[in-house]
Ligand binder design. Structure first.
Ligand code: ZN
Length: 313
C-alpha cells in the first residue's frame, strides 16, 4: 500500500427510502441535487437505485437510495451511520434555514461543532441530513436545479457520523484505512481522509441500543480510491487482515468491494471511474432507466414492476 492508495474521502452514501417519488421530490426539488442516475439495485432489480449528486455525479457528491415502497421505518442506534452531512457555502446557512422553514421541512436550530456551523434536518423517511457551512469547499454543486440558485447549491457530501457501542475498534479500522485522528469532542472523535472534500468521518461511542437498518437509515458508506489497481491492493490487504471482503463487483459507474467495520457498519471502497456518463450523455443523466448489460435482457419485466418516478427541470 502507498499513501496514494489511502481513500481520498467519501465516494457516496447509500440509504433506504420508502416511496421513490417522494424521495426524488425531496432531493431534487428541496435540496436541489441532480438525479444523475436512474437504475435498479443490481442485487435486487425489482427496486430502483436512484443516485443524486452534482451536475456530473462526481464522486464525493453522491447520495443514493434504494426506495422500497412501504418499507418499515428503521431505528437509529449503534452500528449505523446516523448522520449524512452535505457542505454548503458558509454564507448560505441563513438562506437554507429560511428556505426549509418556508417548505415546511423541520430543521433544528443551527449548532456549531468543531468550528463548523450546521443545520440538521430529516428527509421524508426520517433520514438525518445535515447542511454544514464549509468554507474550504470549492466544488460547484448542481447549477441547473431550477429550485436552488447556484450560489446556494449544496456542494456535495461533507461528512458522516457513525454511532457505535464501542468506538475503539471502529476508530482502529479507520486508522488502518489511512484516515487520521483529528480530535475528540466528548464521545465524538473525528477522522479525516487526505482528499479535497467529503473527508470527515465522525465516530460517536457509548451508544446503547442496536440500530435497525430499514427505511430512513443509511445502508452503507463508500470511500473513494483512484482506480481498480488501488482497489485490488486494498482487497488483498483487507483479506490478509482477516476481513470478510466481497469480490470486486461491477457497479457499471464504478467497481466496488464491501466489508463490515467491527461495529457493524457496511463499508465499501469504490473507484472514481468510469463515471456516470458511461451509458448516457451528461446532458441527459437521470432521465431514463439505465440498466447494466447483464440486466438489459430483462428490461421489459423490470420496467413494468417499477413505480414511475418523475423529475421536473
Ligand atoms: Zn455503494
Amino acid at each position: 500500500m502507498t499513501t496514494d492508495d489511502i481513500p481520498h474521502g467519501l465516494h457516496h452514501v447509500t440509504a433506504i427510502a420508502g416511496d421513490p417519488q417522494r424521495n426524488a421530490d425531496f432531493y431534487t426539488s428541496v435540496l436541489g441535487l441532480r438525479l444523475v442516475k436512474r437504475t435498479v439495485n443490481f442485487d435486487a432489480p425489482q427496486v430502483h437505485h436512484l443516485y443524486y449528486g452534482d451536475g456530473a455525479g462526481r464522486p464525493s457528491t453522491l447520495l443514493t437510495f434504494f426506495p422500497w415502497p412501504g418499507v418499515r421505518p428503521g431505528r437509529q442506534g449503534a452500528g449505523l451511520t446516523t448522520s449524512t452531512a452535505f457542505g454548503i457555502p458558509p454564507e448560505s446557512l441563513g438562506w437554507w434555514r429560511t428556505r426549509l422553514a418556508g417548505l415546511g421541512v423541520d430543521a433544528d436550530a443551527p449548532v456549531t461543532r468543531d468550528g463548523e456551523e450546521s443545520l440538521t434536518l430529516r428527509d421524508p423517511d426520517g433520514l438525518v441530513v445535515e447542511l454544514v457551512a464549509a468554507p474550504g469547499d470549492h466544488r460547484s454543486g448542481w447549477d441547473g436545479s431550477g429550485s436552488v440558485p447556484a450560489e446556494h447549491a449544496v456542494r456535495g457530501l461533507h461528512a458522516v457520523t457513525l454511532s457505535e457501542e464501542q468506538a475503539e475498534p471502529t476508530q482502529r479500522m479507520l486508522t488502518e484505512l489511512g484516515l487520521s485522528h483529528a480530535g475528540d469532542d466528548g464521545a465524538r472523535s473525528r477522522f479525516t481522509a487526505p482528499g479535497p472534500a467529503a473527508t470527515t468521518v465522525d465516530v460517536v461511542g457509548g451508544v446503547s441500543g442496536q440500530g435497525l437498518q430499514a427505511g430512513g437509515t443509511v445502508h452503507h458508506i463508500a470511500f473513494r480510491v483512484a482506480d481498480r489497481a488501488a482497489q485490488e491492493r486494498w482487497r488483498a490487504e483487507l483479506v490478509e487482515r482477516g476481513l470478510d471482503v466481497t469480490a470486486v463487483l461491477d457497479r457499471q459507474y464504478f467497481t466496488s468491494i464491501y466489508f463490515r467495520e467491527p461495529g457493524g457498519v457496511l463499508f465499501e471502497i469504490a473507484t472514481d471511474g468510469p463515471g456516470f456518463d458511461v451509458d448516457e450523455p451528461l446532458l441527459e443523466l437521470g432521465r431514463t432507466l439505465r440498466l447494466p448489460p447483464w440486466l438489459e435482457p430483462d428490461r421489459a419485466t423490470i420496467e413494468v414492476n417499477l413505480p414511475p418516478v418523475t423529475v421536473g427541470g
